[in-house]
Ligand binder design. Sequence first.
Ligand SMILES: Cc1cc2nc3c(=O)[nH]c(=O)nc-3n(C[C@H](O)[C@H](O)[C@H](O)COP(=O)(O)OP(=O)(O)OC[C@H]3O[C@@H](n4cnc5c(N)ncnc54)[C@H](O)[C@@H]3O)c2cc1C
Length: 293
Amino acid sequence: MKPPRFDYVNPRSIDEALGVLAQHGDEAKVLAGGQSLVPLLSFRLVRPAYLVDLNDVGGLAGMRLHDGHLAIGAMTRQRAVETSSLVRERCPLLAEAMPQIGHVQIRNRGTIGGSLAHADPASELPAVVAALDGELVLRSARGQRVLKPEQFFVSYLTTAAAPDELLVEVRVPVAPPRTGSAFLEVSRRHGDFALVGVAATVTLDGAGVCTAAAIALTGVGPTPLLARDAARALVGHRPAPAAFEEAGRRVAERLQPDSDLHASSDYRRQLAHVLTRRALARAAERAATDARR
Ligand SMILES: Cc1cc2nc3c(=O)[nH]c(=O)nc-3n(C[C@H](O)[C@H](O)[C@H](O)COP(=O)(O)OP(=O)(O)OC[C@H]3O[C@@H](n4cnc5c(N)ncnc54)[C@H](O)[C@@H]3O)c2cc1C
């Protein structure tokens, strides 16, 4: 099908884009890489009166280190994040998750901000940003606010961003020394959305004792799920297979994922258990051999 009629707006600066959203936010959609929005338009599942193209807006793309964080502009293409040596060295969890998003053609156009703003419950990036305890920077003509993932992701395809707000940047902390991470997922075919995905990080002290851990899952509910209790149970102990198994069990027992055409609820729960155990084991192994000791 063809999209319904809309007015195309092509701002050149962030302020210009925010001005349009301040005036027409309720009736507007912003266009980033178009990999999710264009199909929605074509199926007439969204019918904006204004399409605000972000592709010529200056200052929304790029990656930089700032104050212990890696700051990534919302319009940075997923493929640019995937191939960045800065991301690989400073935030390897993000680098490992990127190739699991669709196919390379999709990542060439798709943006990091578009993926986070779209908030698909089976997307990789929301879980990664949750595991890393990142921040999402929103801007509007009214000002700027910075949200944690638990504040930003509200439900299926729904975020806390107001109609006049743009996601302008995502910030993730640089991995501390002796930190390992892993992202694992199962999907039906390469390039499909995850049935279940797990992002895990483990940080060790000089004696090999766990000082911090994080586990976040995708595909098991309306928003990324941060398994705080299961991760906290690892802290203060030397990483061991029994502890990873126990964390997997704890994660699975509190989940009630939906059944759908692709997988039953029980199957998703079992995947969450096994992938959590494996992701933690891999993260701990990488932490123990982290070259930045
Ligand atoms: C075949 C196929 C397979 C895919 N597989 C996966 C997969 O496995 N995993 C995965 O995570 N994704 C997958 N995707 C989706 C892909 O990652 C998209 O790139 C992403 O969901 C949207 O990013 P985009 O830049 O294309 O945004 P767009 O499609 O342009 O926009 C998506 C939504 O976000 C809003 N938006 C975009 N940018 C901003 C912003 N800066 N501020 C506020 N709102 C904004 C738009 O208004 C729109 O509502 C797949 C897509 C396709 C077509």
